[in-house]
Design a protein around this ligand. Sequence first.
Ligand code: HEC
Length: 480
Amino acid sequence: MDFPIFHLDFMGNRWLIAMIAILHVLINHALAVGFAPLVTLMEYRGYLARKTDLEQQKRWDDLAYKFLFVAFVITTTVGAMTGVGIWFSAALVNPASIGSLIRVFYFAWFTEWIVFVGEVILIVIYFLTWKKSNRSDKAKRRHIRFGLILSIFSWITMAVIVGILGFMMDPGNWLSDKTLFNGFTNPLYIPQLLFRTPLAMIMAGCIGLLLVAIFAKKDNPIRPKAFRFVSIWTLIWVPHVVIAGLWYYYKIPDLMIGNLPVALGTQLFQAWYDKLFYVMFGAVGLAVIIGLWTLFNSRRIPKWLMVLPIIGIFIFIGMFERIREFIRKPYVIGEYMYANAIRVEDYPLLQKDGILPHSTFVSVSEVTEENKLEAGENVFLVACTRCHTTSGINSVVNRFERMYGKGNPLNVDAMKTYMRSMHKARYYMPPFPGNEKELDALAYYIKSLQTFPRTIEGAQLNGTPAVEYDIEKIKEHIKK
Ligand code: HEC
């Protein structure tokens, strides 16, 4: 609560991060982590063919180069920008949690940066020296080795970040002994890494099929072979993803698993959750069918069919990320910091003193009869806006109305009673962090929002709420 409160009242802060992060994961997993080894292997496949059939080598080599071209263009532009974008947006929305993560993972972050720069340099070299490498066998072998090193670097950038993601879900014994080592060796680290690795390979395979269809034209003799090659690649990783996925699942703390159905009770997800694994198996199944089909006749496969496995696997990973983020709630860092950026250990103090006197960027530091609505808005900003808006996505008014019946006037006392034990009613919300006076001001403010819907504008520059209050008028209306 030492930072200005950034708030997007229409779409909510969560969506800002989610959109950037999911796009990044798709690109990073599929086109960096998965594609680097796939392209290298394909180049090697061509290299092996050189003795018997030079023409074939040329075709394999050319196809692998085109694969790399696509990956190169996307990862070094949108991929890199969204990667940085995750940390920008997360640091705006929840600076306290990013601050904590930096304290714990300082050297891991530093390593990440070095490895990332290394990865970019390697992909540039790998891409730019490709044509030259065809001059001799020796150059080709060296080039393939570069691909291998690039693959390892791409994987390490993911391996470091996954340590941080696992930590956020379950910090393990870091809670009692706060060292980097304990943070990194959190219980979810290895299972999550072993799950994401084959998933990335499968994603690459799904995109690979489409690229074969596009780049290996119908008269290209290696077309059927290339289809088969990419389908086998995809298929090989499936058992790994299933086994690691189960292991990961069983490692997730009981509290989170027990609450999975509740967490997924958010309308959109209920419908999807059961079907999630079908979506993935469907996508992979389709990729395999396409692969088998190509054994018999690769020329007649329509291109659009190749798009389906990609859509399937992308939906799968999007849902997976969403669920992972959701079940972590109410914490942003398991049992250490709530998603409202308040540390668990600070709660007793704040519930006694109130959150306003301990927040730097608020416009009032105490609730009085006169400033009640303004104070209420400040309390809302601190306690609820990491997840709720006034009138946009996940609007707080809308949520209360859904509980008490649409159209019914909200009742201040009922809302107060609810909020006193909101963390028990809905596990995914943190307990109310402030004191009784602030609770009253918040309920009053939410009630006023129902009567006079208004948004909180943009980021709060200096903590002054952008709304101009005609408090007397609003009060009068609420009384009626
Ligand atoms: C960690 C994020 C988070 C925080 C912080 C949070 N909420 Fe929520 N809240 C949610 C989510 C997610 C939902 C469920 C949305 C859905 O069902 O789609 C929800 C639902 C609700 C509901 C409806 C509950 C029901 O049973 O249907 C109310 C009321 C509510 N929140 C009020 C608040 C208030 C008031 C605050 C601030 C004191 C707050 N929330 C803070 C995430 C949060």
